[in-house]
Ligand binder design. Structure first.
Ligand code: 5AD
Ligand code: SF4
Length: 459
């Protein structure tokens, strides 16, 4: 266990006081950064207003596509210049790297960026207090910890606190699916689920502190199989039903789901649970069965469409989003057309699409018939044009409707707030600060591909 008093003293001695965390990548990283901030606050740090004011800067990194990983190293170069400028003013700066790039690059970090003081993988960041204490003794070296530990980090982290009306809550981590293009099983490890009561307790605390919406996170969230207090394994549907009973909680979401793990129990939740939002992110990646097979996905496009049909039957108002990869090795024009066909059938209300990115260590990186960059670019443009057309259509159809919107951010202009509709659409409205973190009924007046505008109902 961590001896907290001792660590705080060490840190006070070094007069290290302010922290700054920059987060790259997915929602899970946003959640992890919040938890790291809580560790630092427990150690006596406070948030710095800007990066150059920080005595400890942490980059929480993403390794999913090549661009994301390379961006970290170029940003680190700039960060080192700030470290040197601060050193010239007699100020010490600790630089830390956490997240998936650490797990993947491991010892390479000390070679590529030797000024990094510590690097912790996604499963070891709870060891931060021990690491900070060590840094004072081992100045000039990079401490790296990329173990897949036996202990669960969740047992060692300080309580998670509500930051706004909507909170993330990690319930599951890691993935056993090994899609052939994906680094996640190597960076986040095998699938693990948090115990049911831990999740319920965290959810209740977040709601007591003001969250009205919870977004349950996991790399493969619908394969959740946490133990209840009697040691019995429970699925996501059970957890959703328990969460639906929490008084004060108004909205529940979960992401990201794996199509083959959507069972009838979960589908029934979309009919039964009023708090479950009518929006589901269900990635298909490709519409071609031969590409899905080469990707090692455990579903065909037909099975995927069947699941969508069942979900729609359970709740006809459901809107779907997906992830797509174009230019996977061996993808022909016909395969790509199959992806467009799926889009035309499902009519996604939102989507995320990417060019295939070759990731070292994954099976697809070694596959023959890698697709030319030019073709990937062309296909991505065609796919995005189609996806955006459905997104715009859906947004335009929202005009005139009244939707409950949860406001979470200030807008660019004074007196403006930004929130989310049940369908995850961004919405701007002229509203005072008192509506921040509240759900307000808004009549939609305008729509573009990426956002809606509206006015408070009755005004
Ligand atoms: N290349 C391109 N996109 C990828 N994704 C994961 N790995 C890769 C890769 N190597 C995409 C998938 C996944 C999303 C989070 O990122 O679509 O669902
Ligand atoms: Fe990666 Fe596939 Fe697991 Fe998703 S399901 S995290 S794409 S391996």
């Amino acid at each position: 266990m961590i001896n907290k008093t001792y660590k705080v003293e060490q840190i006070k001695e070094r007069k290290v006081k302010k922290y700054y965390i920059k987060t790259f990548g997915c929602q899970m990283n946003v959640y992890d950064s919040q938890r790291v901030a809580a560790i630092l606050e427990q150690l006596g740090f406070s948030a710095a207003a800007s990066l150059p004011q920080a005595d400890i800067v942490i980059f929480n990194t993403c390794h999913i596509r090549e661009k994301a990983a390379e961006k970290v190293f170029s940003d680190l170069g700039r960060l080192n210049l700030i470290k040197e400028e601060r050193a010239a003013q007699g100020k010490d700066t600790i630089i830390g790297l956490i997240g998936c790039v650490v797990q993947a690059e491991d010892e390479q970090i000390a070679k590529r960026a030797p000024f990094v003081d510590f690097a912790l993988g996604p499963l070891t960041y709870h060891r931060l207090p021990e690491v900070l204490a060590k840094i004072s003794r081992r100045k000039g070296t990079t401490i790296i910890d990329t173990e897949f530990p036996v202990e669960s980090k969740f047992d060692f982290l300080p309580a998670n606190h509500s930051h706004s009306g909507c909170s993330y809550l990690a319930i599951q981590e890691g993935c056993n699916n090994f899609c052939t293009y994906c680094v996640v099983p190597y960076t986040r490890g095998v699938e693990t689920s948090r115990p049911v009561e831990d999740v319920i307790q965290e959810a209740k605390r977040l709601v007591d502190e003001g969250s009205v919406e919870l977004n349950l996170l996991g790399q493969n969230v619908n394969s959740y199989h946490g133990e209840d207090s009697s040691g019995k394994e429970r699925n996501l549907a059970y957890l959703l039903r328990r969460l639906n009973d929490i008084e004060g909680l108004k909205r529940i979401r979960y992401t990201t789901s794996y199509p083959a793990d959507v069972n009838d129990d979960l589908i029934a939740c979309h009919h039964d649970l009023p708090k479950l939002m009518p929006y589901l992110h269900l990635p298909i990646q490709s519409g071609s069965d031969s590409i899905l097979k080469a990707m090692n996905r455990r579903h065909t496009s037909g099975q995927y469409l069947e699941i969508i049909a069942k979900l729609r039957e359970a709740n006809p108002n459901l809107g779907f989003s997906s992830d797509f990869i174009v230019g996977f090795p061996g993808e022909t024009d016909k395969d790509f057309q199959a992806t467009l066909d799926v889009v035309n059938q499902v009519k996604y209300i939102q989507a995320f699409s990417f060019k295939y990115s070759r990731r070292a260590g994954t099976p697809a990186a070694l596959m023959p018939n890698q697709v030319e960059e030019k073709i990937k670019k062309e296909r991505l443009e065609i796919l995005q044009k189609l996806l955006f057309s459905y997104q715009l259509k859906f947004n335009k159809e929202s005009i005139g409707k009244v939707m409950p919107v949860l406001f979470e951010n200030k807008g660019r202009h004074k007196g403006q707030l930004i929130g989310r509709t049940p369908y995850m659409q961004n919405l701007h409205a002229e509203l005072g600060k008192e509506y921040m973190n509240k759900i307000v009924n808004i009549k939609i007046t305008e729509a573009t591909t990426n956002s809606l505008s509206g006015i408070k109902e009755g005004e």
